[in-house]
Design a protein around this ligand. Sequence first.
Ligand SMILES: *[C@@H]1O[C@H](CO)[C@@H](O)[C@H](O)[C@H]1NC(C)=O
Length: 259
Amino acid sequence: MLLQAYLFLSCVSLVWNARASAMVVITAEGYVRPVEVGVYYESLCPCCQSFITGQLASAYTEAPELINLTLVPYGNAQTTKTSRGYEFVCQHGPTECQGNKIHSCAIKYVQNKMQLLNYVACMMSDESDPEAIGEECAQLTGIPWKPILRCSRGREGTELLKSNGDLTEALGPEMEGVPAITFDGKLGDQLAAINNFWGELCKHFPEPKPAKCLTPSYKTFSLHERLQGGTDGKEHSSEKLWKKRSPFEWNTKYTNCTK
Ligand SMILES: *[C@@H]1O[C@H](CO)[C@@H](O)[C@H](O)[C@H]1NC(C)=O
C-alpha cells in the first residue's frame, strides 16, 4: 500500500515537473500537490514553541502528503559580518543562537521530514542547554547526533544560520513577528495561520478539497504518540522524560499567540 502510494506520488511529480510550476495538479484519483509551507521561527520564542509542537506537528503527522514543509530557524536575529566571520545577536540571547544553529544543522542532515519535525518539536519543548536537549532528542527520534553537533559548533552552522537570515530578510512583506508562516511563498493572515493552521492550510487547496480537509479539525498527537509507531520501533528510555513536557503542556501554557 505504501509502496503503491509512493510510486503513485512519484508519477504525479514527474508530470508535475514537466509542467509550469504554478499549475495545480489534480489527478482523477484526487491527488493534489502539497501546499508549500514555510515556517520562520526562532528556538526560544514561546509562540513558536507552542505552534511547532502543537498545530504544526499535529497537522503534519495527520497529513504529510498535503504539506511541503520548509523550516527556517532565525527569526528576529541579526547578523553582522566581522573580521572573524558572521556573528549573530538573537532575541532571546546566545542560547537561542546556539539552538537555532542546531536546528539549522538538523534541517540539513535529517532527510526524513517527519523525523526532522519530531526532532525540532522535541528540542523546542525544553529551553535549557541546547546541546544537552539536542542530544537527548536525537536519541529519542533516532537520528545521528554527532554530525549535527559538529556542524552546529563550526563554520557550517554559522553559514547555515546566515543563509536562514537571508531567507528571512527576503520575506515580502517583512514579517511582523515570529513564527511567520507562508503558504505557497506568501505571508497571509498570520493570526489565523498560527491559531488555525489546519483551516488555513486547507483554504489553499482548490475544489475538490483533499478528503482530509473535509474534517474541520484533527486529532492532536503528542510527540510520544507520534513516536509510538516509532522511528525505529523501540521503546525509548527518554519517553518518561518527554511525557513530563508533552506538547499538551505547551499548548495550555501558550494558548495566546497574539501579535
Ligand atoms: C517540495 O519543495 C522542494 C523545494 O523546497 C521541491 O524541490 C520539491 O519538489 C517539493 N515537493 C513536492 C512534492 O512538491
